[in-house]
Unconditional design. Sequence first.
Length: 243
Amino acid sequence: MSNNHDELVTSGDPMHPANLICSLCAKFYEKDWCLGTGGGISIKDPHTNHYFIAPSGVQKELMRPTDLFVVEGTDNNKELNVDDVTFVRKPPGLKPSDCTPLFLTCFKELDVGAVIHTHSSNAVLASLLYDDFFEISHIEQIKAMPSDKWDPVANKYINLLFQDTLRIPIIDNKNFEYELTDDLLEVCKKHPHSCAVLVRRHGIFVWGSTIAKAKIYNESIDYLLGLAIQMRQLGLPTVKPSI
Ligand SMILES: CSCCC(=O)C(=O)COP(=O)(O)O
Ligand SMILES: [Zn+2]
């Protein structure tokens, strides 16, 4: 391809999706969230309806913006299936992330702006300590997490309160990422207000209406997962029993 639309991923703005994916992956590597090519981030540019996707099997912390794939969205995004989408940019010699069908499922079903995938050890360990849902309540950091409660005055969904319970669905891992699509889709349909899913023995997918929100949720969840693992080691319940 002679014109690979480099202009789609070339910007001096650090907040441009192509730059953010690279800078955040480098930061996430430092937290052991995307070691050895694992994990990734996908961001939608709401102005252009372009979806930025990392290549597969590369060291995510060393990616350059020009390594990124770009998918063109459609009006209602109903064609956001991996076999139907149009890649408006395909870097030569690279293939899109194996997580592409999962990223596109989140964008299509939930109309989110960004999806973060990590192999955080807290996520993997917590997925082994709980069955269908990870649950935690009565921890201050829960207040950074979204709820399903609509505030008609503020015209937005409010965050969880201290005494609320954060619940994150858990699905079982499979040999190939694309095989997780149906289970992820079921989670999206059954729990449309969830902002994450744990994949047992694999990691976590976290999403938000913007990359800033997805990042806040991902950091908060990782902290809460780590805390929960320690609480369980101490024999403490992670959901405070009501008296
Ligand atoms: C050792 S990483 C295995 C694949 C995976 O789980 C992942 O998150 C990265 O996949 P990609 O195709 O984006 O490299
Ligand atoms: Zn993964």
